[in-house]
Write a protein that binds this ligand. Structure first.
Ligand SMILES: C[S@@+](CC[C@H](N)C(=O)[O-])C[C@H]1O[C@@H](n2cnc3c(N)ncnc32)[C@H](O)[C@@H]1O
Length: 233
């Protein structure tokens, strides 16, 4: 219902103004579905993809990377990836991995580690896996050994008894956040190899939240503590 005296035109003007102010990084310069063919003389820099310049770029990438080749985008993110790694156990084909990969990409996470089954459902990743370093480990012990060699401290994320509240925990800078899967949660082997297990505070009736959502919350907790926010888009 419109307030008395408000015309539709007046409301529309206000809404447009409001949505202009709240535009996100991928909407600042172009439409949400990407850009058309490059207009004018083509740029000569090697990071531009001739096919995209010719046909337009409809990929879900930030505007700074419009028309760039995939390799050039990955190389650019590599210059400023965080010292944060993510691992998710995949012993029962967890459907959340795509979401985890997409969020990891958004936060310029160094590498996403898949532990257990090699295959995972890429649908939720929305093609972001192409720009994200991924590594597979057959077992949790293999992951733990690899993390130690790299000087990474493992923090398991689950709401198991004895866990430390994520909201007040100090997360290590060189950190590997390890998530469990729907049903069993983080395995005992993973918890044994971790410095601590952190839980996300809940207040409702459900035992746990979706692993993909939990991963987003935990990654952002690390970002709040360690990222240089002046580098964000
Ligand atoms: C759906 S949970 C299942 C396990 C859960 N411990 C249970 O008892 O139901 C799957 C994964 O999501 C993450 N997760 C879900 N809720 C969480 C919470 N409140 N705190 C920390 N991690 C959580 C953990 O990584 C967990 O292993």
């Amino acid at each position: 219902m419109l307030r008395k005296g408000w015309s539709i035109a007046r409301c529309w003007g206000w809404l447009t103004l409001d949505s202009e102010v709240h535009k996100g990084p991928t909407e600042w310069f172009e439409s949400r579905v990407g850009v058309g063919p490059w207009e004018g003389p083509w740029p000569s820099d090697a990071h531009f993809d001739p096919e995209l310049l010719e046909q337009g770029d409809k990929r879900n990438v930030v505007d700074a990377y419009r028309y760039w080749t995939r390799d050039a985008i990955v190389a650019d993110i590599d210059k400023r990836r965080h010292s944060l790694h993510i691992a998710i156990e995949n012993f029962e084909h967890d459907a959340n991995i795509g979401t985890v990969v997409r969020t990891a990409n958004a936060f310029a996470v160094n590498t996403v580690h898949i532990v257990g089954k090699k295959r995972w459902n890429r649908r939720g990743a929305m093609v972001t896996d192409r720009y994200q370093h991924l590594m597979h480990h057959d077992t949790v012990d293999e992951l733990i050994g690899w993390a130690r060699e790299q000087g990474l401290t493992i923090v398991a994320i689950d709401n198991t008894p004895g866990s430390v509240p994520l909201e007040t925990a100090d997360l290590p800078v060189n950190c590997l956040l390890l998530f469990g899967q729907e049903g069993p949660g983080v395995t005992q082997a993973a918890r044994d190899g971790a410095l601590m297990t952190c839980s996300i505070a809940q207040f409702g009736s459900t035992r746990s939240i979706n692993a993909g959502v939990a991963a987003g919350i935990a990654m952002h907790a690390w970002i709040r503590q360690h990222a240089d926010l002046s580098q964000a888009w």
